[in-house]
Design a protein around this ligand. Structure first.
Ligand code: NAG
Ligand code: NAG
Ligand code: NAG
Ligand code: NAG
Ligand code: NAG
Ligand code: NAG
Ligand code: NAG
Length: 541
């Protein structure tokens, strides 16, 4: 085992910046389409119009990613394309991008007619062959009322107050207003109002648009909600709170980072193995309990059929000859061995031999010997009493998944069908670990090198060295954070909050690797900013 290295906080922060970016203040993008209205005239020249449309959309998307609003124009004359997109003011940037991505898929449904508009519940998008940016009123403006009636007698009055307040507030607030008005005399009910003018519309246009919208919405009462779909603005009221938490305080991400800095500074010793990093936070009581258990276990194993003699394993691997080395995991080097009866085995020679680490060793033996599934590597036994701690597994000739998907020639042997089967196998194995009621297990270190393939290329999850059963810590809060950086769920990394979701996050990263064939954090630039999660996120945008 390599010497423990203390990793500077800054590295952790960089990792968090990367991992948390897609999760930053993510609430509800409200990306349901509410109304799509298309033009009625056919476009003039399809070829040119289409290419102009695509250019406009690309330009707008780039603006959306930074300012949640965008206008662009491409071409001239008949074939010109003007576009506008905006997210409503209560959406975070991330939610905005998600909503906009949906709008971008919907609007082209208007093809081959000139222009169209789409109102989603979180954003708006419009395209025409003329400049409409300052328009705030039009013949299609209308309100759509909810079909449920609000019985509360005070509701009508409160809704009116909320709508009028929004009309008054929005023009002086960049076109945006959100209101919550309590319904008097009825306990705890409220009316929620959202008003949003397109940023290209003038303040007076905004006011006129919202006045029309609010008047239309008042016509909806006593319906429990309604939406006004106007040329220059959108307005909505409801008795249910559809608004996102106020964004822009910007502190939620900051808080996570701060928490981690404190956590890291206070307790963490970061240990870097060859390819793995993990840090542990020792909890003495559990450690002690584990030691007691370990001694008991050692006795049981000594007497059980699980026990292999050290000398037998030494012989089987030709004294751990380098030529027999199969690979290296987080906890030890794995060698191929042949038993006297001809059976092939894999022997894991654990890095640690001191008593302290032995607890982990017994833990692993304990857990693995009790679970059996076609997609989990089978533990045959161990050598517990010899000079070294050894684990004996079934031998899998095809090594681990990373040898295939990251190798340009071997990758060709894995077509989509085979990859799909591998994915299904991994998922089935993981579901078994998570839902097997006897010993629910969170693997904690799902990654390509921990997925072995049998002779039929069937996936088998290996390396339970980091696993702990739920039983050990019923609070679901782990006492040790372990895993491989880049595969670890942000909430796990930040708070040590350990649930099955941590494995699901790692699985997600692994799936991206299986599909793309490129390794997380190992891109050409060998730059952390190129983590596969971020890469995919950028492509998604
Ligand atoms: C549309 O524009 C393309 C490119 O300028 C041109 O080749 C094509 O003839 C035009 N089609 C019509 C119907 O005008
Ligand atoms: C978008 O279009 C404007 C002109 O309409 C141009 O100045 C700007 O560079 C474009 N931005 C992008 C990202 O293409
Ligand atoms: C927009 O397209 C329609 C249909 O091709 C055409 O009749 C109209 O003149 C165009 N408008 C402008 C401003 O070019
Ligand atoms: C969308 O709004 C238009 C009016 O602008 C209306 O004619 C159409 O029926 C609406 N579509 C749906 C699906 O509600
Ligand atoms: C009311 O609207 C909801 C969705 O807006 C719809 O699912 C439901 O069928 C409607 N109910 C009636 C009675 O129209
Ligand atoms: C307050 O709201 C809760 C949950 O929405 C509801 O169960 C409760 O009945 C309400 N109280 C009154 C006095 O309306
Ligand atoms: C809002 O404007 C539209 C379009 O000009 C018009 O048809 C409608 O009657 C107006 N609504 C109200 C309540 O003034």
């Amino acid at each position: 085992m390599k010497k423990p290295i203390l990793i500077p906080d800054i590295i952790i922060i960089i990792f968090l910046e990367i991992l948390l970016l897609p999760n930053e203040i993510h609430a509800d993008p409200r990306s349901q389409t509410f109304n799509l209205t298309c033009g009625t005239q056919l476009i003039y020249n399809r070829t040119i119009t289409l290419s102009n449309f695509v250019a406009t959309m690309e330009n707008i998307s780039a603006q959306i990613r930074t300012s949640r609003f965008g206008i662009a124009a491409t071409g001239s004359g008949h074939d010109a394309n003007y576009g506008l997109a905006q997210c409503y003011g209560d959406l975070s940037l991330v939610d905005c991008v998600l909503c906009h991505a949906e709008a971008r898929n919907i609007l082209p449904l208007c093809y081959p007619f000139t222009g169209g508009r789409v109102y989603l519940d979180g954003c708006f998008m419009r395209a025409q062959n003329y400049s409409f940016f300052q328009e705030y009123t039009g013949p299609n403006d209308h309100a759509v009322c909810g079909n449920r009636t609000q019985q509360d007698p005070g509701f009508r009055n409160s809704a009116r107050r909320g709508l009028l307040k929004a009309v008054a507030d929005a023009p002086n607030n960049n076109g945006f207003a959100r209101e919550q008005v309590g319904v008097s005399g009825s306990g705890n009910g409220s009316v929620y109002v959202l008003a949003d003018c397109w940023k290209s519309v003038s303040a007076s246009g905004c006011r006129a648009c919202l006045e029309n919208a609010s008047a239309s919405l008042l016509g909806c009462l006593p319906a429990s909600g309604g939406r006004a779909l106007n040329t220059g603005c959108f307005m909505r009221y409801s008795d249910a709170n559809f608004l996102n938490p106020v964004p822009g305080n910007g502190s939620s991400r900051g808080r996570i980072v701060v928490t981690v800095i404190i956590t890291v500074s206070a307790v963490a010793v970061l240990i870097i193995g060859t390819s793995i990093g993990y840090y542990m936070w020792k909890n003495r009581t559990i450690e002690k309990k584990r030691k007691g258990d370990a001694e008991k276990l050692a006795k049981i194993l000594n007497d059980s059929s699980l026990n292999f003699k050290y000398s037998t394993l030494e012989k089987a691997t030709s004294s751990f000859d380098k030529a027999n080395k199969l690979g290296q995991g987080g906890f030890g080097i794995v060698y191929k061995g042949v038993l006297p009866d001809g059976r092939e085995i894999a022997v894991k020679r654990l890095f640690f031999n001191n008593k302290h680490r032995a607890a982990d060793f017994y833990n692993e033996v304990n857990i693995i010997s009790s679970v059996e599934h076609k997609n989990l590597v089978k533990l045959l036994g161990c050598s517990c009493s010899g000079p070294e701690s050894l684990l004996v597994y079934e031998f899998l000739p095809n090594k681990s998944l990373d040898h295939f998907i990251f190798d340009s020639s071997k990758a060709k042997t894995l077509n989509w069908e085979k990859r799909f089967k591998i994915i299904i196998g991994i998922v089935e194995g993981l579901v078994y670990l998570h839902e097997n009621t006897k010993t629910r297990i969170i693997h904690r270190d799902i990654k390509a090198s921990n997925i072995l393939l049998d002779f039929r290329l069937r996936a088998k999850i290996a390396d339970f060295g980091l696993a702990r059963s739920f039983q050990e810590d019923k609070s679901h809060i782990s006492t040790a954070i372990a895993g491989t950086l880049g595969y670890m769920a942000p909430e796990y990394l930040a708070h040590g909050r350990l649930t099955e979701k941590a494995d699901v996050y790692s699985l997600g990263v692994l799936l991206l690797e299986i599909v793309t064939g490129s390794q997380n954090n190992r891109t050409k630039a060998s730059n952390y900013t190129d983590s596969i999660v971020i890469f995919t996120w950028k492509k998604f945008q």
